[in-house]
Write a new protein. Structure first.
Lengths: 267, 352, 241
């Protein structure tokens, strides 16, 4: 299986997840989108040493995963892309920031270690939150929500069309690279002599497809603009979800919940 | 070069969103004014094609590694800067949403770092002046040479600008203790290499298109008649910019002289990051949930003992209670996970 | 309904694609357009839809020549089902795609929705309504593509290779669907058995000219004529002999 086919599988796995049903799936896409944004903003706004306060934020994604019935494991596969750069940046903190920040027993933990952990956790948490959004909301619902937020219709339409054809083009590219590999055993990728023609062929085919696509749009009355915006229901339940979540996130940000809970047990 | 949310402070991310949104607004306005309904399907399919093309591995001769296409330069050469920019945005959005490549909050920054430089700087400062110039003379061969030069210069410069922006944005966000100079010294040379390879791939593809259907390319003289005014000055100016950027990167590199450990670290993570999608043979969504959960917990806790500094003698920790509280929250999270899993199994059994 | 008057077309000086083609198709007729690759089948379709302009001669739809000013009306009259359904189905869901044309033609949303439901029921594919275009199979996609055209309520339907790359079951389903359509039909295909099943008349193109035009039964039985034009007898007829 090549990389394109794997990516196609990954997309169809997401399709499968969005087709499930749960209280989280049923929430308005607009509410979910806004809550996700608020969550990520609050999460990344924690100070670099606020490790223990940040940990509390894990509750939202974990609850959402649990309620939606989506296994947490599906999202960790995605971490392999997002996390390396974060870890790379974070790894330097322990090297530069060696001042001890706190002690556990007689072990001192340096500020750099704490800030690195904070950074990595921020990365994981925000990824989990965005994953919950896409795993419970089909792309057209997300687009409808974007239209509600006044994202220009040209951009939203372009996003929808591109998503539709991303799968088609990936399929074509996958078939082409299979065909290539069958005639070039032992090569890991496309040889330099075919760099231009391989992608070039794909590009020419895509341009032909665009022409046919445009013809098919024209023949059905397309005159330069179509506004795709399905209805975006927003019920009382969605409003409550949005307000409660936002309030709780801000509470977590302003009050050190972890210390409060810990205070009940220590001293 | 896709940045995750964690690398940005909300203020920086917001600023980048505003900047990118302004450019997107300008692009939409310009395209609406041009009023060419045929453009939308072409933009969509070209974006989809670039998205697929990014997953093709190009073997770099003489090395074991492979290069990849980023696409900003290519899209703007095909569609023009405005349409190319919008197409790059949707490519980045899809990568962010469906492949977790770059964060939702970091999208504004990623659009700026990759799409803005690739499309606008790449087009107006590199592609158009070079293609309009009479560099290498006139005729088909000369045009091909100009395409190659513009592609390579374009990719190298726009990637350098992008990498520099990543460094600036991360540093401004105050999440790293890595000094600005050292960070830049790490990022710039790596992206010089990546940019060169991408430039070569882009030039190969554009040359192929030029041979097959030159009318698809922007600013390419199809008729073979004389191009507009000679702007050798422009080309010289651009070469000067390249020299500055490259020279700047190199001098930063020389001044900080990072040691071998850092290089090795960087090399490794970078390799992982450029391979990004799916080269690793992990099982996809098959491994047991419990194992994954355990792994995630381990991930968030196991660093502590390893990275402790027992020789330090500063006053006792101020937030022991914070740590205990965090541990309790983490335990709670695990319990929620397990309960969720338990009910899922029940439901499944009932279905069967 | 459709008339070609001495139509010629060429992309450039050297390649003459159509050379003085004349034919007319009456209301309610179903005509198969056959011919080797490059014989000019798709060009005829494109000229009819105004996607190309003839270099010579004129193309008429319901008596009006196809031109810039009549384009909108012509395209409402004719529905075109493309060979590759992926080119046609560009919206997220089947229902969205079916709504596209009616909404563009200014139909109110509820009326458009009613039409969509009616067509889906007629074709027996109600289950596809809320499905995503990128998740349905090739056969389903082909049925859905026909549905997106039927909601426009065209007076004539043009089809390009409606049965290519389908399994026997899906092919049969398409053939039955096409047979049931009451509109004027013009079907370009290499699938001569399907043409035999669905069309009463056949136009055989060869090198940009009409080599034969007559009842499907006669032309599709004429082994010598077919073979001279790089075709062969439909399998069902070949077996009978």
């Amino acid at each position: 299986m090549n990389r394109l086919q794997k990516a196609l599988l990954e997309m169809s796995e997401l399709d499968r997840l969005t087709a499930m049903d749960s209280p989280v799936h049923r929430l308005s896409p607009l509410a979910k989108l806004l809550v996700t944004i608020v969550y990520i903003v609050v999460t990344v706004s924690f100070g670099k040493y606020d490790l223990s306060r940040l940990v509390v934020m894990v509750l939202y994604p974990v609850l959402a995963f649990s309620l939606s019935g989506i296994p947490v494991s599906t999202c960790f596969y995605k971490l392999r892309i997002a996390i390396p750069l974060v870890i790379f940046v974070g790894l330097f903190n322990p090297l530069f920031d060696k001042a001890p920040l706190l002690h556990i027993g007689n072990v001192a933990v340096s500020g750099g270690v704490v800030s690195m952990l904070t950074l990595v956790l921020k990365g994981i948490f925000s990824l989990m939150a965005s994953f919950i959004l896409v795993a419970t909301t089909p792309i057209d619902r997300i687009c409808a929500a974007l239209r509600k937020l006044h994202v220009p219709s040209m951009l939203v339409t372009l996003l929808l069309l591109t998503f539709r054809y991303a799968g088609v083009m990936m399929q074509e590219a996958a078939v082409m690279s299979d065909a290539y590999r069958l005639r070039a055993p032992g090569q890991k990728g496309v040889h330099i002599s075919a760099w231009g023609s391989f992608t070039g062929q794909l590009l020419l085919r895509s341009m032909d497809r665009a022409e046919r696509l445009y013809a098919s749009m024209q023949l059905r009355g397309f005159r330069g603009e179509f506004d795709y915006a399905g209805p975006v229901p927003f019920t009382l339940r969605d409003a409550i979800f949005l307000i409660v979540c936002a309030a709780v996130f801000i509470l977590f940000r302003t009050v050190d919940i972890a210390a409060l809970i810990g205070g009940l047990f220590v001293r | 070069m896709h940045m995750a949310d964690a690398l940005l402070a909300p203020a920086v991310a917001g600023t980048m969103y505003v900047a990118s949104a302004a450019v997107a607004g300008h692009s939409i306005y310009k395209l609406k004014k041009d009023d060419n309904p045929a453009k939308l399907p072409v933009m969509a399919v070209a974006a989809a094609m670039v998205f697929a093309g990014q997953m093709i591995n190009y073997t770099i001769p003489g090395t074991g590694s492979s290069g990849h296409l980023c696409g900003g330069m290519m899209l703007s050469a095909l569609l023009g800067p405005q349409a190319g920019f919008l197409s790059m945005i949707v490519v980045l959005v899809i990568q962010c949403l469906f492949f977790a490549d770059g964060g939702l909050l970091a999208l504004g920054a990623n659009v700026w770092n990759m799409a803005f430089y690739g499309c606008f700087v790449g087009y107006y400062l590199i592609w158009r002046p070079i293609m309009r110039s009479r560099l290498f003379g006139s005729g088909k061969g000369a045009q091909r040479c100009r395409i190659i030069l513009a592609s390579i210069l374009g990719c190298v410069i726009t990637l350098q600008l992008g990498a520099l922006s990543v460094v600036i944005e991360t540093s401004l966000s105050g999440i790293t203790d890595l000094p600005f100079g050292a960070f830049a010294a790490l990022m710039q040379p790596i992206h010089l290499a990546i940019g060169l390879v991408e430039g070569l791939i882009t030039s190969a593809v554009l040359c192929f298109v030029f041979e097959a259907r030159s009318e698809l390319l922007q600013e390419v003289d199809v008729s073979g008649a004389g191009a507009s005014k000679v702007s050798l000055k422009g080309v010289v100016a651009i070469l000067a910019i390249v020299a500055l950027v490259v020279g700047g990167g190199l001098s930063l590199l020389a001044s900080s002289n990072p040691d071998g450990l850092e290089w090795a670290l960087f090399g490794n993570t970078e390799a992982g990051y450029s391979q990004n999608m799916g080269l690793d043979e992990e099982d996809f969504g098959v491994s047991s949930k419990a194992a994954e959960t355990a792994e995630s917990i381990q991930e968030s806790t196991s660093f502590l003992p390893d990275y402790a500094f027992p020789d330090s003698d500063s006053p006792a920790g101020t937030s022991v209670s914070g740590i205990v509280g965090s541990a309790i929250v983490a335990a709670l999270a695990v319990v929620i996970c397990l309960i969720g899993g338990f009910f899922r199994k029940k439901r499944k059994e009932r279905k069967v | 309904m459709i008339e070609f008057r001495n139509v010629s077309f060429s992309y450039d000086k050297e390649r003459q694609v159509l050379k003085g083609v004349s034919f007319s198709i009456g209301e309610g007729e179903s005509v198969g357009l056959i011919g080797a690759n490059g014989a000019g089948k798709s060009t005829i379709m494109k000229l009819l839809l105004g996607l190309l302009e003839p270099t010579d001669g004129s193309v008429l739809v319901k008596g009006t020549p196809v031109s810039k000013s009549s384009l909108a009306e012509v395209r409402r009259t004719l529905g075109f089902v493309l060979q590759d359904s992926d080119d046609q189905m560009f919206m997220p869901k089947v229902a969205d795609d079916m709504m596209f044309a009616p909404l563009n033609y200014g139909l109110p949303r509820n009326e458009a929705e009613a039409r969509v439901d009616e067509v889906l029921a007629r074709l027996g594919i109600q289950d596809l309504k809320e499905r995503y275009n990128h998740r349905i199979s090739g056969g389903e996609k082909r049925m859905a593509a026909i549905a997106t055209i039927l909601v426009m309520q065209p007076e004539a339907i043009l089809m390009d290779e409606p049965t290519s790359a389908l399994d026997p079951f899906n092919r049969r389903m398409i053939i039955n669907t096409v047979k049931d359509l009451k509109q004027t039909k013009l079907i370009a295909s290499h699938d001569l058995d399907m043409i035999l099943d669905t069309c009463s008349r056949v136009i055989l193109l060869s090198g940009g000219e009409i080599a034969a035009d007559g009842p499907a039964d006669a032309i599709l039985r004429d082994r010598a004529l077919l073979e001279a034009n790089r075709m062969e007898l439909p399998l069902s007829l070949a077996l009978q002999v």
